[in-house]
Design a protein. Structure first.
Length: 154
């Protein structure tokens, strides 16, 4: 029973995290394609809010649920497939912290300036490309990590 509760938290965390990453990128791309500074600024503001709520919240649930499920089932979370799943998760998180969050902060600051209808500076578009490319890269270890958690290959 306790294991199932922790596993459910873990799965909810993955849904929140991966779902937010995918959906956020999708609607941000379409908002940017409008070329409308107000729409883009609004989109960028929501990226920041949803990342704080769903991505960060998902990370917390993933760890609480994952470590709790390992503890409840008597598994060592620092061996085998559990360790590899965490390494992949941390690789993704490292990319997020090192590249995506700084780019997102810069874009948010720029978006506040052009929200009233000013021109969108080239710096915004450079950071946007970086955010999209590295966002896709950061999702790859997450997806492999999900496979590791399901297949338990080691």
């Amino acid at each position: 029973m306790l294991y199932d509760a922790f596993k459910t938290l873990h799965i909810f965390g993955i849904i929140a995290l991966v779902g937010n990453v995918g959906v956020t990128a999708f609607w941000k791309v379409f908002a940017n394609r409008t070329g409308n500074p107000q729409v883009i600024a609004f989109s960028q503001r929501l990226v920041t809010i949803t990342d704080f709520v769903f991505t960060a919240g998902g990370i917390v649930l993933v760890y609480l649920g994952g470590f709790g499920a390992a503890w409840a089932s008597g598994l060592d979370p620092f061996k085998g497939w559990l360790l590899w799943g965490q390494i992949l998760f941390l690789v993704s998180g490292g990319i997020w912290i090192a590249v995506l969050v700084p780019a997102q902060i810069r874009m948010a600051k720029l978006a506040q300036r052009f929200a009233a209808g000013g021109d969108i500076p080239d710096a915004y578009w450079r950071d946007n490309r970086r955010w999209l490319v590295w966002g896709v890269v950061s999702v790859c270890p997450l997806l492999v990590g999900i496979w590791v958690m399901v297949a338990k290959p080691l």
